[in-house]
Write a protein that binds this ligand. Sequence first.
Ligand code: ADP
Ligand code: MG
Length: 276
Amino acid sequence: MSKNCLVILSGLPGAGKTTCVNQLQIKFSFKYNCFVIHYDDFLPPDFDNFSFKEIRNNILSATNKFLETLINKNDSSFQFISKTFIINRNSLPNLLIIDDNMYYRSMRYEFFKLSRQFQISFCQIFIDLELDVILERNKLRSSSEIISDEIIKNMYKKFEKPMENWEKYSLIFNTDIDYTLIANLIDRSLEDPNCKIELKTCEKQEQSMLHLIDLELRKIVNREIKKVCGNEKSIYIGKLQSWKIDCFQKIKNKDILIDNVDNLESFVENLFIRYF
Ligand code: ADP
Ligand code: MG
């Protein structure tokens, strides 16, 4: 049984994540200590000069710092959060909830890795509504929070639903949110903090998968090299080689996640088409 759980609340802008997290805090204040990290709080006031990657990294480090403080209880920040949030005065489990779109699995995986690092539980809640409903709700938000329809449509296409082993504690809501189901999910994941044996198996599978990916990448590079001749050849070969190295590294680091395990050839081919 774990005393801490990292909860990912994922869904497109306007799906109702912040409303859901507020409800969770109200409904379950008797059951859990809830701490929330909102993506929106990390947006800088100056929208012209920011990178999504930087914001996401800031959220990750804040999560890391918070968990370190909460779990290791080894610095003065813990005195601060325990005073502020009445932890230590009760024996309730602590939930750190991340209210963020997280439409790519690789974004969520970074948080999963943190939960492993701190040996705590991990679960995910997805609000996956029809595009029309999301677009409508987005317009209900305050004017500074409204996102363009184009961005939302684009994210909608890219949304990666939970399917990997490490995503086993996940719930998807297509209509109304059932808070009893959420509590049930959290309780089940609290009873089953990240299991090491299972991860070892995952890592072994990952190694052989990486080997197969490497072969597919090489196949494409060799095929493309044969197609070019003349002055452009050496430049193109250079580009292909850096593409191959870059892709392999990103897949290894899980910045790109394999979304088509049954057909690696087409997965790698799509990476090639997207890049070139
Ligand atoms: P997100 O945090 O995912 O961007 P919000 O929680 O801010 O979404 O919700 C977007 C808008 O939709 C808000 O105006 C909110 O009041 C409304 N909303 C959220 N959940 C529901 C719901 N279950 N039914 C109707 N409207 C909702
Ligand atoms: Mg929100």
